[in-house]
Design a binder for this molecule. Structure first.
Ligand SMILES: NC(=O)c1ccc[n+]([C@@H]2O[C@H](COP(=O)([O-])OP(=O)(O)OC[C@H]3O[C@@H](n4cnc5c(N)ncnc54)[C@H](OP(=O)(O)O)[C@@H]3O)[C@@H](O)[C@H]2O)c1
Length: 292
């Protein structure tokens, strides 16, 4: 079967479409035929930096597809499913024609969007949900999402709005302001210097800025970015955890129309290097899918 592998770290040229043996699902596992996956920043970082499982390795965290074999009574052959796989920690990459995963990581795909598009949801969505939970974001509170037009930020804006919070956004460029408003942000800026000072009960940073001047006294500052936290009391990082329960909740929100999955572009797996180049150029409004 085909899989995107790396045997060394580097630029997009280290990505190869390899022919490798099909995985044999272990006890309790589900074998999924991949419809699509998506690109996340962790994928180019794992490709480029000395991080992740021993090489050679298959990359990828996001998965949508159909069950072709199951040793988990919760999943049946033919089911349309999605999953989040913590590839760095486990080595279970999803950029592969067939993926074997423990059944407890797999959940039903949303039905309101094409199965391929559902691959845009897992990592970005679960990260946004868990970061908002870490921030204890509550109805009526004012929240600033930094990177509000990005993958995690765009979902965080929608999720926070759905829980009744009042959400503002900071985006990287003026032409992204309308997108953040469309996702549910009330006020949107593209220059950090313009942010109101000491105003927000929660700042959720997805871009690695120091936006702490916008945090109200006693507020919660949560970052998912690699950059060091600003020096404010209680600032904390949120690190995504695999959770089919969270993923299932997100899929339900997609089906009820409360969460919009945004796809910017889609590449066939053979064009994986071009997909990486597009992704790393930035400025995206939505995810980059890779289809199998
Ligand atoms: N901790 C975790 O568990 C976890 C999980 C998932 C992701 N992450 C990390 O979180 C970050 C965001 O992930 P993502 O998937 O959302 O990436 P993304 O889709 O690239 O989103 C980042 C957004 O931030 C914007 N941005 C960059 N500089 C900005 C600035 N100065 N002001 C306002 N916005 C700015 C980007 O705009 P441009 O594209 O125009 O630059 C982009 O819209 C990445 O570093 C990723 O590795 C961490």
């Amino acid at each position: 079967m085909r899989a995107i592998r790396i045997d060394r770290h580097g630029g997009p040229d280290v990505l190869t479409l390899a022919d490798i043996p099909e995985p044999v699902p272990a006890a309790g596992e589900v074998l999924v035929r991949t419809a699509a996956t998506s690109l996340n920043p962790v994928d180019w970082k794992t490709r480029a930096w000395e991080v992740g499982p021993p090489l050679p390795a298959t990359l990828g965290w996001d998965l949508s597809g159909r069950v072709v074999a199951s040793d988990d009574p919760a999943h049946h052959v033919g089911d349309a499913v999605i999953a989040l796989s913590a590839q760095i920690a486990t080595g279970r990459g999803t950029w592969s024609e067939l993926v074997a995963l423990p059944g407890h990581l797999v959940t039903a795909a949303p039905t309101a969007v094409p199965l391929a598009d559902a691959a845009a949801l897992p990592l970005a969505g679960v990260t946004a949900l868990q970061a908002l939970r870490a921030a204890e974001a509550a109805a009526g509170e004012r929240i600033l999402v930094v990177g509000a037009a990005g993958a995690v930020g765009g979902l965080a804006v929608q999720l926070a709005r759905a829980t009744g919070a009042r959400v503002d956004g900071l985006v990287s460029r003026a032409e992204h302001e309308a997108e953040a408003v469309e996702l549910g942000a009330e006020r949107v800026w593209h220059r950090a210097a313009d942010l109101p000072r000491h105003h927000y009960a929660v700042v959720l940073d997805t871009a690695g800025l120091d936006a702490s001047a916008a945090l109200a006294a006693g507020g919660r500052y949560v970052s998912i970015a690699d950059e060091p936290l600003p020096d404010v009391p209680g600032a904390r990082k949120s690190y995504v955890q695999e959770s089919a329960a969270d993923l299932s909740h997100l899929a339900e929100l997609v089906d009820t129309g409360e969460l919009r999955v945004r796809v910017a572009d889609s590449y066939p797996v053979a064009d994986i290097r071009a997909a990486h180049e597009r992704f790393e150029a930035g400025g995206l409004l939505g995810k980059v899918l890779v289809t199998f």
